[in-house]
Design a protein around this ligand. Structure first.
Ligand code: SAM
Ligand code: SF4
Length: 328
């Protein structure tokens, strides 16, 4: 089993399979995109399968595929199927912008994918265009309805942005009344790849919650589960639920069980960490499975206590990161 130096067991891998994306969400990357990695710079499917197999041996049982946009990488669906067959991996899930999901849904269902996180920040075509700089709102809404219809556990991820989508908060809460969906509002984090400066957020978890409670004074607090990143609530009688993720105020680090691997194979023991150890180079230099296992153990033995400590160290390396290279 893999534990860090603060006694937290690692159980959950977030695997970013590409830094490329067909949208340009302004909180994630600049309009002109990023200096995207070449094919040889990112991990091959064989390399990722090897790392996941080693991590499964260390007790990691859940893998979430993320990016960039996972569906822009060729053959991502057969790769996910392969991951579901690794001994010890109990759940494979995916986070997607939903622009190209519908045609893959039958295959995802067939391989037993139980949960999909759909990123959708608003319920209006024009606002969607302003946020993502692309005209794909209808495709994403079609994916949303298909997901609900499919019976796959569906979560919506909505980044709260003072200047763009405050009017959507209550509209999205209302979605939970009739649909079995978990709508999760995420505090905006400073990983926009230079798209804009970062002004510390005013709409933090407390403010978002107060806003929702003004409209729904009888909002019920739900049990959050041991390593949930969201504080969860429900409108009485609703089919779905509402979550708030304090991703910037970071009150969730105490129970963090996540490992992050970037598309280039860098390990992040924390979302707020700067440069990470390159498992790509380590593997390509001939590391054995045992070496790799020991390296994971060693790196987690020196993990920052929380996102503030990790960020303080990262600032020294001065990295300007995009969430598309971290995976969220
Ligand atoms: N492209 C996919 C998508 O958008 O769902 C997967 C990758 S995306 C980087 C993963 C998650 O990170 C999305 O839910 C997105 O909204 C969130 N995200 C991106 N940039 C963020 C930021 N600056 N602050 C908070 N969340 C962010
Ligand atoms: Fe693409 Fe996801 Fe980043 Fe938006 S948040 S630009 S969809 S990677």
């Amino acid at each position: 089993m893999l534990y860090d130096n603060h006694g937290r067991q690692l159980r959950y891998l977030r695997l970013a399979v590409t830094d490329r994306c067909n949208l340009r969400c302004f909180y994630c990357m600049p309009e002109e995109g990023l200096n995207f990695s070449s094919r040889s710079q990112i991990l091959s499917y064989e390399e990722m399968t090897r790392l996941v197999t080693i991590l499964a041996d260390l007790g990691i049982s859940k893998v979430r595929i993320t990016g960039g946009e996972p569906f822009v990488r060729k053959d991502i669906v057969p790769f996910m199927d392969q991951l579901t067959q690794i001994n010890g991996i109990e759940a494979v899930s995916i986070t997607t912008n939903g622009t190209d999901l519908v045609r893959h849904l039958p295959a995802l269902k067939q391989m037993g994918i139980k949960s999909v996180n759909l990123s959708l920040d608003c319920l209006d075509k024009e606002r969607f265009h302003k946020i993502t700089r692309r005209d794909e709102f209808e495709e994403v809404m079609t994916s949303y309805h298909a997901l609900i219809e499919s019976g796959i556990d569906t979560k919506i991820n909505a980044v709260v942005m003072e200047e763009h989508n405050l009017e959507d908060i209550l509209l999205m809460c209302a979605l939970t009344q009739n649909d079995p969906v978990s709508v999760r509002f995420i505090e905006e984090m400073p990983f926009n790849g230079g798209s804009k400066g970062y002004v510390p957020i005013k709409w933090n978890m407390t403010r978002i919650l107060e806003h929702i409670q003004e409209a729904y004074p009888n909002l019920v607090k739900l049990d959050d589960g041991v390593s949930s990143t969201s504080m969860n609530y429900q409108i009485p009688g609703a089919k779905g639920s509402i979550g708030i993720i304090p991703a910037y105020t970071r009150t969730i680090c105490r129970s963090c069980d996540r490992i992050r691997l970037t598309p280039k194979g860098d390990l992040k023991t924390c979302l707020y960490q700067g440069e990470g150890f390159s498992f790509r180079d380590f593997m390509r230099d001939g590391a054995t499975d045992e070496d790799i296992k020991n390296q994971f153990i060693k790196l987690f033995n020196n993990r920052a206590k929380d996102g503030f400590e990790a960020e303080a160290k990262a600032q020294k390396s001065g990295s300007l990161q995009s969430m598309a290279t971290i995976g969220g």
